[in-house]
Design a protein around this ligand. Structure first.
Ligand code: ADP
Ligand code: MG
Length: 729
């Protein structure tokens, strides 16, 4: 079974070389019970270790079942240990944190027994070594004799053809020793048993061969009894632990050391937290992108999601009702262009003085720095760098509506009230915001009022004045209501009257009495041409005077472009993909101008680099903090190796352990986030940007972290041969 030809073994240290075995020649067969004796230091342990593949040899050749081993690879030695050898150590080498049952079971799992078989076999062996009552006791609480029995049960459990025991009774009292000897004798039938002992007498009754070593040489090799019959030993092919077994082992390793588990959880929770926040922040930065640079919409506030129909028709009120009931839609504004008007503050003591309107329906109370959401059209929330502006809660401010380029009635008012009066509003809340221009959150009532005046305040609305088939296009006009007129009468602005008179080749005064056809040209306003009588010319440029009814007949805003008010970019993004082909969706806040595309790309790359850098830092932190915790397992790992676990399996178990801890930590972190998302707003802020793909990416990053750390731990573990590693522990 085992044949050694001129086997020599050297131990080299920096300063000296010890030859522990000198040209050993030996042939052992199945059915033998070999007792090896010799003085301390004579090489007994070395011989056993070499036989069992725990240690290597330098010279000669060892044959196992006829197979040469001199050129064995790591895997082949693993196979040898796993399939041929049951090792009983002098110092037991059992897993202290496991129970008796788990210790025995582990050997069987490594061996590849199926679930029911290994359970039965483990119990049977525990019974056989007389540890039934201590079955579920932790190994650390056992006496020396009991530990040795566990060690024997474990060695026997494997059904390996060779049992090797290195001074199994060395640490035991006489009575316990006797029972261990009997136990070994009991199991020796059909196997090759090799026992090292300095008291050969103890084994006198069962030994079939006696070997004595002196200074690494065999000085006695006496066959007491020939094996009675020829027994064949065949090894099974190497079994690889399946995912289920690996997971089971990893879970058991974690669970068997609760304090270590807690510590690992703590560390990994902090790591997952750091990772989740950094990753979430980069997602947020990505999602918000460049704001305020949209060429088509001067107001790219994040609550504004714009819909239009590709066929250029207006939305019906039914359409809008349907949109209003959709998830993530906070409100529907029937007339989106109104959001592009600007609100100018009259008194300029405070900053900012120009605002864009935003629908307060897109705001949550929890977004407010202070104050409340607006309840009526004369209440507003200001979104700016609130505490740096001069505004205070309860301040009243007077605003005009108009575009930044266009002054709206800056001149002194006459008794003829301006068509769009100044509005006085009260500041009821603040939102911290860096958007420019600042936002003024108003109620949808405010916006509804404003959009009915839209033609009067929008710079892009053109009005056609036609007299005698000659047309003048007026732009950015202002309209004044004049109750002294009738519904069919109009007064022209001075500049319009002058130009028209020139066009018609007549005096300005002669225009009076003529019929004027007034028409509107704008994509969002219905064109209704009206015939009116010119009754006079205003003293001001740009100001058309007519009645309220006439204005309303002329200028009917159409819902061709509507706003869905959303909470933020994330909701907008998710809504955007949910509309049919016939609807054109625009989200001005997410517009990336061509010049910024490169910048965005650079920003993305920078984000990835930053994230990568953070990962590297995190990896070292993970490794350094977990190193000490993992070291608590080093000895156990060496033991697993010594009883035949493959390097590959142990690599996987380490990685699985870390992956499980990281998974648990992720659950803890995300549960914490979700439970606290309303009380700790910053969490919700970045948490909202996680989508399934992002969660998967995060998990992949964490698993990569766990794997890299695991591989590094293992590299340390597998640096040495099994026996050197064991000795080091
Ligand atoms: P025994 O078990 O008979 O007491 P060992 O096999 O342990 O003897 O040791 C044989 C010789 O090899 C001794 O001189 C011992 O000092 C030496 N030796 C054993 N292991 C090592 C080692 N890892 N490094 C250096 N020398 C060793
Ligand atoms: Mg020894």
């Amino acid at each position: 079974m085992l044949k050694l030809i001129n086997v020599s073994k050297y131990y080299r240290t920096d300063t000296s070389v010890t030859q522990a075995l000198r040209r050993i020649n030996l042939e052992l067969s199945m059915g033998e019970f070999v007792v090896v004796t010799g003085e301390s230091g004579s090489g007994k342990s070395t011989l056993l270790n070499v036989l069992s593949g725990l240690d290597t040899y330098e010279e000669g050749e060892m044959l196992v079942a006829g197979e040469e081993t001199a050129h064995f690879s790591t895997e082949e030695w693993e196979h040898h240990r796993s399939q041929y050898i049951g090792f009983v150590f002098q110092h037991f080498n059992i897993i202290d944190s496991y129970t008796v049952y788990q210790n025995v079971l582990t050997a069987l799992i490594i061996q590849g027994y199926d679930e029911t078989a290994r359970r039965e076999r483990a119990l049977e062996l525990i019974r056989r070594v007389g540890l039934e009552p201590q079955r579920n006791q932790k190994a650390s609480t056992l006496s020396g004799g009991q530990k040795q029995r566990v060690s024997i049960a474990r060695a026997l459990a494997k059904e390996s053809p060779i049992i090797v025991a290195d001074e199994p009774t060395g640490n035991l009292d006489k009575k316990t020793s006797e029972s261990i000897v009997n136990l070994l004798h009991d199991v020796s039938k059909d196997k090759l048993v090799i026992v090292v002992s300095h008291s050969a007498e103890a084994f006198a009754h069962c030994a079939t061969r006696r070997i004595r070593l002196f200074d690494g040489e065999i000085v006695e090799n006496t066959v007491i009894k020939k094996p009675t019959h020829d027994i064949k030993a065949t090894a099974e092919p190497t079994y690889r632990m399946g995912f289920k077994e690996l997971t089971l082992m990893a879970a058991r390793n974690l669970w068997s050391m609760p304090k270590r588990l807690l510590l690992m959880l703590l560390v990994s929770t902090l790591i997952v937290l750091g990772m989740a926040v950094v990753y979430g922040t980069s997602l947020t930065a990505d999602a918000i992108g460049f704001g305020g640079t949209n060429p088509q919409f001067s107001n790219p506030n994040a609550h504004r999601l714009i819909l239009a129909r590709w066929d250029d028709e207006a939305f019906t009120s039914d359409d809008m009702d349907r949109f209003a009931t959709r998830r993530r839609v906070q409100n529907v504004l029937a007339f989106d262009p109104v959001l592009d008007i600007t609100l100018h503050q009259q008194d300029t003591q405070t900053y900012p003085v120009t605002f864009h309107p935003a629908d307060a329906a897109g705001l949550r109370q929890s977004d407010l720095e202070s104050g409340n959401l607006p309840q009526s059209p004369d209440e507003v929330v200001i979104a700016s760098q609130g505490r740096f502006s001069g505004h205070r809660l309860g301040d009243t401010i007077t605003i005009n509506l108009g575009t930044p380029e266009q002054r709206w009635l800056n001149e002194p008012r006459t008794d003829n009230a301006p068509f769009m009066p100044e509005i006085t509003v009260t500041v009821v809340g603040f939102v911290e915001s860096f958007s420019y221009p600042a936002l003024m959150y108003v109620t949808d009532e405010f916006l509804a009022t404003a959009y009915h005046q839209y033609p009067a305040i929008a710079p892009n609305v053109e009005t056609a004045f036609t007299v005698n088939e000659s047309t003048y296009q007026g732009q950015a006009l202002q309209y004044r209501l004049d109750d002294t007129l009738t519904d069919t009468e109009v007064r022209l602005p001075t500049d319009v009257a002058t130009t028209m008179a020139q066009m018609l080749d007549m005096d300005e005064a002669d225009l009076v009495g003529h019929t004027l056809v007034l028409g509107m040209q704008d994509a969002f306003v219905e064109t209704t041409a009206l015939s009116l009588t010119i009754v006079g010319v205003n003293e001001e440029n740009n100001v058309v005077a007519l009645t309220d009814a006439t204005f309303n007949t002329l200028f009917v805003p159409r819902s061709k472009q509507i706003t869905l008010t959303v909470y933020d970019a994330l909701d907008a993004e998710r809504l955007m993909s949910s509309f049919g082909e016939d609807i054109h969706v625009m989200y001005p806040a997410d517009y990336v101008p061509p010049w910024a595309a490169a910048a965005t790309l650079i920003e993305r790359i920078l984000n990835v680099v930053l994230l990568g850098g953070f990962m590297v830092v995190l990896y070292f932190i993970t490794y350094l903090t977990l190193k000490n915790i993992m070291q608590a397992r080093t000895k156990d790992y060496v033991i697993f190796r010594s009883i035949g676990a493959s390097k590959r399996s142990l690599y996987r178990i380490t990685v699985l352990e870390l992956a499980m801890v990281f998974f648990l930590a992720s659950v803890v972190v995300f549960a914490f986030f979700i439970l606290n998302r309303y009380s700790l707003r910053w969490m919700n802020d970045f948490l909202r940007f996680y989508r399934l793909a992002n969660y998967i990416t995060l998990i992949i990053m964490l698993v990569a972290l766990a794997t890299l750390s695991g591989i590094r731990f293992n590299r340390r573990l597998f640096k040495d041969s099994v026996i050197t590693a064991l000795r080091a522990e």
